[in-house]
Design a protein around this ligand. Structure first.
Ligand SMILES: Nc1ncnc2c1ncn2[C@@H]1O[C@H](COP(=O)(O)OP(=O)(O)OP(=O)(O)O)[C@@H](O)[C@H]1O
Ligand SMILES: [Mg+2]
Length: 280
């Protein structure tokens, strides 16, 4: 792909497909956070680095003095606790079953200086929660956000209703893609559905695991042109994170990259994204 090439055929096909709208569930008023305060991290395609990025961004924000909360919103395969090497006493399962409030489920992650609400990892799954319950959880999260400077919400992959419902809690959505065409197409599909449901959403793009900054920029340009051409929106680039063997190594050691390899390229790239986020 080059900077001047038209959007790929796959992106055209994705653009033509009509999304199924999710009506707003009745009963509770809309609660929304200030722009850039409650940030959801989404992708479309799985395995593009959402959880790594969510953890590292939260950590980088905390290192800049922000009171930060990291929320594991991957209802099917929650794994923030695994990437951080935590054994949480409480998780979202206790919140869903009514045993705890969202606030009570928040635990301090002392090495990083931020708080975490763990999802249900291991044997449990929260994938079948009714949308109405998810709506309430999203609203509670938006309320809890008033106690923090920033809340990062790590979403599950895909464009299903449950993912979109949780994403509604956020006013800013960072869509993560890699350089791969399938990931790009799925990122576009997510952006399309989101912007048809909520045209005012602040959507930004991160290209992760890019072979180079230049290639990342080309990837972003391809996505940007499709968004401009078909959706009439211009999502800005939040940043490019280079492919870096240290990421996998840190995940294997269940230690955040900003602790184990703070001078690595990927760590510095996320630090730069945090810096820009605070500047805007
Ligand atoms: N910048 C990077 N450089 C190299 N490898 C990376 C990078 N970012 C992520 N990875 C690799 O991608 C894998 C998946 O990352 P991660 O679990 O964060 O993705 P995800 O999008 O959250 O996945 P899922 O959709 O399953 O939740 C990691 O185990 C890591 O090895
Ligand atoms: Mg994940």
């Amino acid at each position: 792909m080059t900077t001047n090439s038209p959007p790929s055929a796959a992106l055209r096909a994705a653009a033509a497909a009509a999304p199924a709208a999710t009506p707003r569930l009745p009963g509770r008023p809309a609660v929304s956070a200030k722009r850039g305060k409650l940030i959801a991290v989404a992708s479309g395609k799985g395995g593009v680095g959402k959880t790594f990025f969510s953890i590292t961004l939260t950590h980088a924000l905390a290192r800049r003095g922000q009171r930060a909360l990291l929320f594991d919103g991957d209802l099917g395969l929650a794994n923030i606790d695994i990437q951080l090497g935590l054994m949480p006493q409480y998780d979202l399962g206790s919140v869903i079953s009514g045993k705890l409030s969202l606030n009570q489920a928040a635990m301090q992650y002392e090495p990083g200086g931020f708080d975490v609400i763990a999802g249900r990892s291991g044997s449990g799954t929260l994938a079948n929660i009714p949308l109405s319950r998810l709506q309430i959880m999203g609203e509670d999260l938006a309320l809890l956000a008033s106690r923090y400077d920033r809340v990062i919400l790590d979403l599950g992959a895909g464009v299903e209703k449950s993912v979109r419902q949780l994403a509604r809690a956020a006013d800013t959505i960072i869509v993560v893609t890699s350089d791969e065409p399938t990931s790009l197409t799925d990122a576009y599909a997510f952006i399309k559905v989101t912007c048809m449901e909520r045209p005012q959403t602040d959507i930004r793009v991160v290209v992760n695991a890019s072979n180079s900054t230049r290639e990342g920029e080309r990837t972003y340009q391809t996505l940007f042109k499709a968004c401009q051409g078909f959706l009439k929106i211009s999502p800005p680039l939040a940043g490019i994170i280079r492919r870096d063997a240290r990421v996998r190594e840190c995940i294997r050691h269940q230690t955040p990259i900003l602790i184990r390899s703070p001078a690595s390229e990927a760590a510095m790239d996320v630090e730069a994204i945090a810096e820009r986020l605070l500047a805007t």
